[in-house]
Design a protein around this ligand. Structure first.
Ligand code: SF4
Length: 246
């Protein structure tokens, strides 16, 4: 590790840089406080690059480097890019939207970008894509009547769809998972002047669990399934992914 660090920073590493690298590589968390210009960026990045070079080392394969200021993020990013050891990196700030899905192995971002993405209100994405970067199960419920414990969902559509019912069932399940007592869901269709009650049973929960497992399997595949070229694609949250190459 010492030789590797020396090559990266083009100088003999400080003892603390080595200590940080060894601690991170052994799976420990580190809080490092040193003056500006002391070389903390490389202390943080070097172990990641080392693990990239030696893939047999069990270490995270993605690094997100967050700092509070855009200017600081820009200058660190530019410095790091000069290194021959960095194959792929991106910058994601309010100014540079290089990696809106936090896709690259190394992403330099401002704290607001990082937090918003992983707290499911991504600044660079639409609300429909709120859960993509966090990879979390989330839902945006129209209204929850806490007194009667009813989830309300209003649809502007002029037809009742199975997908709407499953959307509400998913919300009911999310509430259950979060230990929030819930009685039922009500789907409202103002244009049709109709409302539909939605309930969740064990069979629904099993179906939802199975669907999540199928999604996980899909995510792990190296190739995307073929696009379906349907009208619904235009309003699908995954449109950008599916038709990016066209
Ligand atoms: S855009 Fe949506 S509906 Fe169309 S193929 Fe992709 S995932 Fe399926």
């Amino acid at each position: 590790m010492e030789n590797f660090l020396e090559k990266i920073i083009n100088n003999k590493p400080y003892r603390y840089q080595l200590e940080v690298a060894n601690k991170l590589l052994s799976g420990k968390n580190v809080i490092l406080s040193v003056p500006t210009g002391a070389g903390k960026t490389w202390a943080a990045i070097a172990p990641f690059l080392y693990a990239q070079k030696y893939p047999e080392i069990p270490f995270p394969r993605k690094m997100i480097y967050s700092s509070p200021l855009r200017t600081l993020t820009n200058s660190i990013y530019e410095d790091v890019l000069k290194s021959e050891f960095v194959n792929e990196a991106a910058i994601q700030t309010g100014e540079f939207n290089d990696d809106i899905y936090f896709d690259k192995d190394i992403v330099f971002s401002t704290i607001d970008q990082t937090l918003s993405n992983f707290l499911c209100f991504p600044l660079p994405l639409s609300q429909a894509q709120a859960n993509i970067n966090a990879g979390a199960l989330t839902g945006k419920i129209d209204f929850f009547d806490t007194k009667n414990k009813v989830v309300h969902e209003t649809k502007r559509s002029n037809k009742v769809e199975q997908a709407h019912i499953w959307q509400v069932k998913f919300y009911l399940w999310l509430m259950e998972l979060n230990e929030i007592e819930v009685e039922k869901g009500i789907l409202e269709y103002p244009k049709l002047r109709e409302r539909e009650e939605v309930f969740l049973d064990e069979e629904d929960i099993n179906y939802l669990k199975k669907t999540i497992e199928n999604i996980k399997t899909l995510v792990k595949q190296t190739n995307c399934p073929p696009v379906i070229n349907a009208r619904t694609c235009k309003s699908c949250s995954y449109y950008d992914f599916c038709y990016a190459g066209e």
